[in-house]
Design a protein around this ligand. Structure first.
Ligand code: HAX
Length: 438
């Protein structure tokens, strides 16, 4: 299989580099940790290692060193599609090189081969109470697949050097099945349909998802699916979902156990749930003014939101200091296809007005939009209007990045994660010692 072959070829060099850092340079100091960082959620402590993606505060996400416009331009796509194949993108994340069209198709074919979802998973989802949150269903479904984990089955018989091979098998199986499970949850929860979705091997990942969701493909929902999965795949390793996958995986829990945990983190309101809040805020503006308001009205509404003690959802970021290129890519997508849509016009006006308001307020370090400022709006346009489903879409995309990280963490033999904790008294003692005159 292509990914196995390519990773095998790259492994000796990467293992050598990792080993050299671990053995010969282990004492080199990288960063200092402040009290503020310890009490402030470990913000910005440089303590994770990944080569899959990097968030540059001034430029946004780089996937294997490539910015989004370059990824979208250079990756292979099928005839008639504007957005590249997700299979080619997975190849890029996993291997670190741009794939040819043929290599991208090989990954797509691998997914088609592995797309059968066992019956008990559907039964389990159907047996849950009707009001179960779709993220709970997705996370449970991933756990229900865990019985098929090659990593878990081989664990006692395989050597450490071979962990990554089992991890790759699981990663391909899991990423193949996720869009099917997500589409099943969507059709069951919001339309009461319980027919098993069928993956069509002739279509790519994005087109299959669009078809299984039952969304009319006017103006390219399949392209939006491809774009959405690519943009949400990874955001280096410190965010909650990616870090959870890495942490749980470091205990050698298999990719299913680890990814289910990652999804539970993604389901939190400060993480993957934020996109529905953003669309909610836009809809509130739209409703209040009976359409797109004047700039002055929007300016006032934004100030009212702040004065009421709320944040303006979709704006600001913990690391980024420029408009999120993931936001820009989605805005470009919408402007090229449906520039007259009222919510898109409104999102554009918000992009024009809100950064000014946030700058005037002077609190947010980054007054620019993040990925969530528009992602729900695009789904809404295509008729996917059940807000609580949006995080499931995020989850399908996020699996792409975190499974690549999992495979490489095992390939390089990254160890169990175990930071050290202190007590409050210990921290206070450190503070009082540092404030005493020399
Ligand atoms: N509206 C109002 N105030 C904001 C703000 C916004 N959009 N963004 C930041 N601020 C405020 C913060 O609340 C903070 O105020 P206090 O000092 O009173 O606590 C101050 O500005 C400094 O915050 P910061 O350092 O710039 O930002 P943080 O790193 O603490 O937080 C957040 C980053 C994304 C959580 C923040 O900008 C925010 O709450 N934004 C709105 C919610 C949102 O869009 N969330 C989605 C994030 C994208 C993501 O990662 N999704 O998975």
């Amino acid at each position: 299989m292509i990914l196995h072959e390519k990773i095998s070829a790259k492994l000796p060099e990467w293992r050598g580099r990792f080993k050299s850092l671990a053995k010969e340079h282990a004492d080199v100091v990288v960063d200092q940790v402040t009290v503020g960082q310890i009490v402030g959620g470990m913000r910005d402590i440089k303590s994770l290692l990944t080569d899959i993606s990097f968030v540059d505060p001034a430029h946004g996400i780089l996937f294997r060193g490539m910015p989004i416009p370059e990824v979208l331009k250079k990756l292979p796509r099928r005839r008639g599609n504007k957005i590249p194949m997700v299979g080619g993108f997975y190849y890029l994340l996993m291997i670190g090189d741009l794939p040819t069209g043929e290599q991208a198709e090989e990954v797509e074919a691998e997914w088609a081969k592995r797309s059968e979802v066992p019956d008990h998973v559907y039964k389990m989802i159907k047996s849950m109470p009707k009001d179960t949150h779709p993220m709970t269903l997705l996370s449970q479904a991933v756990l229900a697949l865990q019985g098929g984990s090659i990593f878990a089955q081989r664990y006692h018989s395989m050597k450490k050097d071979a962990y990554w091979e089992a991890a790759l098998e699981d990663s391909l199986d899991l990423t193949a099945k996720l869009p099917i499970i997500a589409a099943f949850i969507y059709r069951m929860k919001y339309f009461g349909e319980t027919k098993k979705p069928k993956y069509n091997a002739k279509l790519d990942y994005g087109a299959n998802f669009s078809r299984m969701m039952g969304v009319e493909d006017r103006k390219g929902y399949a392209d939006l699916a491809r774009l959405y999965f690519i943009l949400h795949s990874d955001h280096e390793s410190g965010n909650v979902s990616a870090h959870t996958m890495h942490l749980v995986g470091s205990a050698l829990s298999d990719p299913y156990l680890s990814f289910s945990a990652a999804l539970n983190g993604l389901a939190g309101p400060l993480h993957g749930l934020a996109n529905q809040e953003c669309l909610g805020w836009l809809m509130e503006v739209h409703k209040k003014f009976g359409g797109v308001p004047s700039r002055e009205d929007l300016y006032k509404f934004a100030w009212d939101t702040l004065n009421d003690g709320h944040v303006i959802p979709g704006y600001g970021h913990a690391v980024l200091r420029v408009p999120d290129p993931r936001f820009m890519a989605q805005l470009d997508f919408a402007k090229a296809r449906f520039p007259e849509d009222e919510l898109i016009r409104l999102a554009e006006m918000v992009f024009d007005v809100v950064p000014t308001v946030l700058k005037e307020q002077g609190k947010a370090k980054n007054p620019a939009p993040n990925v969530d400022a528009i992602s729900g709006t695009l789904q809404y346009y295509y008729g996917v209007r059940d807000f609580d489903f949006y995080t499931v879409l995020f989850g399908v995309g996020r699996a792409l990045g975190v499974t690549c990280n999992y495979v490489w963490a095992r390939a390089l033999g990254q160890p169990l994660e175990r930071p050290k904790s202190l007590t409050t008294t210990m921290l206070e003692a450190i503070v009082s010692k540092s404030s005493q005159p020399e």
